[in-house]
Structure formats: C-alpha cells, structure tokens
Design a protein around this ligand. Structure first.
Ligand SMILES: *Cc1c(COP(=O)(O)O)cnc(C)c1O
Length: 487
C-alpha cells in the first residue's frame, strides 16, 4: 500500500458522493449541515459534532457501545489502519454515501482509538475551544498525561507555573519523575529572568492553568504565550476551571488545551473524563529547526512513512496524541461517558453564567463578614488580579475560589461542619456546591514550606459554587460562619 498517499477524507468526499450508485434517492434530499464554523458559541455548543443518522434519524447522537467496527472489505481495513479512511458517522460506510464532514479524523478500527459518540464530544469541544481536533480520554489526569507524553520523553523537561491543581503537581513529581521527565516551576510568570533560568535545551513544553484552584489566581496567558513563542515551546493550558465559555486559551496564544471534563463540561458530577485539544497553531517544523524536537509529530514513524505533520498538518499533534499515546497506553473514554459529555456541553454557557453570577454575589458577601479573613476571587474589585480579570475574563473568573476564615484549622473545621447545602467533598464544577479544606486534603502530602508558599493556609477553604438558589447558598454560608463565631 502506498503510505505516502495523503488523507483523502476531505477532498475526496464530494467525488465519492457523486459517484455512488444506490444512494441516488438520497442525494436529491437537502444535504445535512454539519459544519458549524462561523456560528455563535451557544449554537455550536448545541450542534457542533452532531452527525446525520441515516438509519432512523436519531436527533440525539446515540451511545455507540461497540468495542470494534466492521470493515466493508479488505481495502477498507487497509485504509482504516492506514488512517486514510474518513469518519462518516453512524450510518454511512465507504460503500454508502459520504456526508460533507468537516473533520479529517480517521474512521476507527477499534474503540480504544476512536468512537462515534466520543467523536461528537471531541468535535464539539474543539469547536468551542477554537482548536482543530480534540481527543477525549478517561480522566483529566489522563488528558494531562497524554498531552505531555506526546511532547516529552525520558531525559526531557517541562516548565510549569507553580500554582496548579494539586493532583497535577503530584502527577509531575511522582509518575513523570519516574518516567524520566523533569519539572521546574516558575513562581512569578511576569519575571522573564525566572523563565530564562528554568528553560533548558531539553525543555519540551510550558504548562499552566487558566484559573488555578483553590486561590483563583488567574494566569496572564498572553504573557506566558509570549515566553513560549520566544523559546519555540508549545504552551499547554489546563482550562478545566475556566471552560471555553469564559476563556479560550488558544485566542490568547496557547497551543494545546487540556480538560478534566469531569467538572464543568460534563457538568453534573456524574462522569470522570478528560480531553486534549490541538490548537492547530504551533509551528512544529520551526521548533525542530530551532533545536526542539518532537519526534512523534515530525519524524517518520518508520522509513517510507510520512510524519504526522506531513500527513495531518494542523491536526498532527492531536493525531499523535490519539495514535501514539492514547492508543498505546489505553486511557479510553467510555462511550457512555462520552454521551454524558456531549450532552453536558449543550448547556455549558448557561450553566457558567449562573455559576459566575452566584459566585460574584457570594464572594462579595463573604468579604464583608467579620469571621472572614480574606476571599481569593479575582473577579472582586478588591483583588490584586482584578485588572487582569477584567481584561481577559470580563471580571467573570469562574466559580471555584478560596475563603479564609478566622481561627485557623479550628475555624475551618467549624465552618466546614456548619454547612448543609455545600457538600463536604473533593470535586468542583458540578451543579452542587462543594467545600473542601485543601491543607488536610488535596495538599496534605506537600511539605509545609511548599504549602506556605502556595498560600495554602490552615484557615483556607475551597468553595465550588453550584447552581442552587444563591440566597440558600448565602444562608448556608452564614450558618457556617456562625459556627466559626461560636467556637
Ligand atoms: C479535577 C482536575 C484535574 C484532574 O481531573 P480528573 O478528571 O479528576 O482526573 C486536572 N486539572 C484540574 C484543574 C482539575 O480541576
């Protein structure tokens, strides 16, 4: 087989359509509209990624529970394994008609590497983030791992901003370290000298988050993107807490976006999942010329075979994530969870609106209470980050933030146990409000000095504001603070 042949998916579709016999009756019908480019965010969160179901006209993309896929014939199998057969949704095959699909994702060979239900979620998320292609995986941790394993290997190095999700810091310091990938942290992203000291010849990526929790200490993405560009490094951004409804990192210069879809995207706290989005805007060839090599993307997998970059252009990175990392290691998203994810995303902007409206109200109220020492919410006018919040977020910095009560751990305990509507649990970003004490949970394994430097103090609590009636949430918090006062 000629493996040099370009992917015929997009270009060949129309010819095949015209040439098929047996589909004549259908070609008279209006073609399905599957390209939602240029439409508004709310339209795309409902429609992007959907496909025309030719069997029974299902309006809601169904849960495709099948581990594998039937090949039409010998050649179809060859094409699928060669990544040269395009994805046509549920009902059409290479012998049937071909919809004018926008993506050039390959027809799957096995559900570890691709599934129609998950593909709806993938296309929807890529559209909302303004990327080219996305890959859904089994958890946020899997997304971060897959995103970075596609860039770095043994002996390589990654630079991350210091304020990141606790689980990610543990992942970097334990598993990545065991695999020979080293990390350095930058504490002041505005300090060029600090970046200069941290970045090495073997550095392969810069990693950051849009809205770190618990302290809502939002990141100046444009500034970090400028550093990344200066060093020919891809900027990987975890946008779990921001969500594309509030901020789209690619628009600020990021190259890769990762998500724990467990949180706001799926939205109901019912399904663990994750995703990697290729911004399609990193110049891998230029990086290679500058001495930063990304062999999974730019090198021939074997002699005679073209590189991912040559074959897939601005979706090459995502293809490498899917085929060279996820397919090898196997953190596959269940199609059932993929269904919950694409359903959840349909209401993302509405939910985020309410999450943030309530958070702004609650944060402002908390700040006025005598039992409260401080509130870490960049959307508050009193925050040192307010100007950045106004510039990049229109002042709407999500619904996960910190509140520090008087009395240290004892004050935190009284507050925590005095709540009813807020669930005492680890987790963020679903319909329910949640509370957590970071020092004794997510950050309990870190040395005292690190926690002190990260601002994880004994009286700090993390709130994730849900979709309950805001007055009920404030009444609940009032009860918690009354318990602090009574102590
Ligand atoms: C929860 C979370 C993760 C990890 O995601 P899981 O789906 O729990 O594996 C990563 N990053 C951030 C910012 C998170 O909030």
């Amino acid at each position: 087989m000629s493996t040099e042949e370009p992917n015929a998916a997009a270009s060949g579709a129309a010819e095949i359509d015209a040439g098929r016999s047996g589909s004549a009756a259908r070609t008279d019908a209006a073609p399905p509209h599957l390209d939602w480019e240029g439409f508004g965010f709310d339209t795309r969160q409902v429609h992007a990624g959907e496909y025309a179901d030719r069997n029974s006209g299902l309006r809601v993309p169904p849960i495709a529970l099948s581990a594998g896929y039937v090949f039409d014939d010998f050649e179809d199998g060859v094409a699928r394994f060669g990544g040269r057969s395009d994805w046509r949704g549920a009902a059409s095959t290479s012998r049937g008609e071909v919809d004018a699909f926008t993506e050039s994702e390959p027809a799957p060979v096995y559900s570890r590497q691709g599934n129609p239900t998950n593909n709806v979620a993938e296309q929807r998320l890529a559209s909302l983030e303004g990327g080219t292609v996305s890959v859904a995986v089994s958890s946020g941790q899997a997304a971060i791992s897959a995103a970075l394993f596609a860039l770095a290997g043994q002996g390589d190095h990654i630079v991350s901003t210091a304020s990141i999700y606790g689980g990610t810091r543990i992942l970097f310091g334990r598993s990545f370290k065991r695999f020979g990938i080293a990390f350095d942290y930058v504490w002041d992203a505005a300090d060029d000298a600090e970046w200069e000291r941290a970045i090495r010849p073997e550095t392969k990526a810069i990693y950051t988050e849009t809205i770190p929790n618990p302290r809502n200490d939002i990141t100046d993405l444009r500034r970090i993107a400028a550093v990344a560009a200066r060093y020919n490094l891809p900027l990987v951004v975890d946008n779990t807490v921001g969500t594309p409804a509030l901020i789209r990192p690619v628009e600020h210069g990021a190259n890769i976006v990762v998500h724990s879809t467990t949180k706001f995207l799926t939205g109901h706290g019912a399904a663990v999942g994750g995703a990697v989005v290729d911004g399609g805007n990193f110049d891998w060839a230029a990086a290679e010329r500058a001495g930063r090599s990304y062999p999974l993307i730019t090198a021939a997998p074997r002699p005679g075979l073209a590189s991912m970059l040559d074959r897939f252009g601005d979706g090459a990175y995502a293809r490498a994530v899917r085929e060279a990392v996820v397919n090898d290691i196997g953190p596959t998203l269940s199609p059932f969870h993929g269904f919950l994810l694409h359903q959840g995303m349909e209401t993302l902007s509405l939910r985020m609106r309410q999450h943030v409206d309530s958070s702004l109200e609650i944060a402002a109220w908390l700040e006025q209470q005598p039992e409260v020492e401080s509130v870490d919410y960049a959307g508050l006018p009193s925050s040192p980050l307010h100007e950045l919040a106004a510039r990049d977020y229109a002042g709407r910095t999500g619904s996960v933030f910190g509140v520090t009560v008087r009395g240290g751990v004892d004050g935190a305990r009284a507050f925590f146990d005095g709540l009813r509507v807020f669930s005492r649990m680890t987790g963020i970003g679903d319909t329910r409000s949640m509370v957590l004490h970071p020092l004794t949970s997510t950050h309990s394994t870190f040395p005292d000095e690190l926690n002190a430097r990260l601002g994880i103090t004994p009286g700090l609590l993390r709130l994730s504001v849900g979709l309950e009636t805001p007055e009920d949430l404030i009444a609940d918090l009032r009860g918690g603070l009354a318990a602090v006062a009574r102590r």
